[in-house]
Design a protein. Sequence first.
Length: 303
Amino acid sequence: MTRLALGIDIGGGSVKAAVVNEAGFCQNETSFSVSSQTTGAEMLLGLEKLIDAGLSLFPSISRIGIGSPGPLDAQKGILLESANLPLLKNLALKTHLQDKFQLPVHYNNDANCAALAESRFGSGKDWESCLVLTLGTGIGGGFVDRGKLFQGYQGNGIEIGHTTVVIGGDLCGCGERGCVESYFSTKGLLNRFEARTNEKLPNAKSFFEKVRSGDSTSKEILDFGVTCLAESVRSAIHLLNPEGVAFVGGITEAWDLFGKSLESQIRAKIFPVLEKRLKIAVGASLSGIQGAGALALFSENME
């Protein structure tokens, strides 16, 4: 009989949950809204209600997986803080929920969860090792090698968005300058466009519409962002030597505008012996829920 987990994805605007099986199939998705005013007590209560609802319909759920942005302590299961949910500090998710429901709870960075999902259910399922980059509001990363998730100390490894590509460059949300996230992410692209034009765009889609319309400024910003991203990926490939790299997240919807250039630059920059066998792919449209489910279901091998 296939095992079932409840996968939970904590985001800046909502918390989503669904029942996930070993093939990555999700059912009975539920959610609740959160905001910058959400307290730790409100978060825990909301999580309890999601889990209660899942268990009432699927009593065979044997474990719970949770993914969220960092920084966090994956080993102890503590959400240390959140940029989008500032009232959540040192929130002991794992201990609280394990005590409440008497089920194992697995908690990790959402980019790590994305890597797990991609390596199990997506484009990396036939690769020996898989480096995943999440391209969205920021840039996240995760790495799975021969079925095992690389976490770094306390689960905060592969922060590829905060690798430096321009010495003394644009200010990043982390407080440092020149991170690749400052040049190729929703925040980075929009901030650089506003700095150049004094025009504030509402989202990544509007930026890419500018590119499609032939706007020279947005095209220059995108081209430079692609070069910055290629440099970061080059460094990661030389450090980790993955069989393949998968790109996931909302920005990949505009892959036709930059994907060919990105792949070409990556292949031109890495060692020839690596280039000959490196696989590059746009990841499957997998949810954070599937990643959290994979974390719980395959934790014996992957954590």
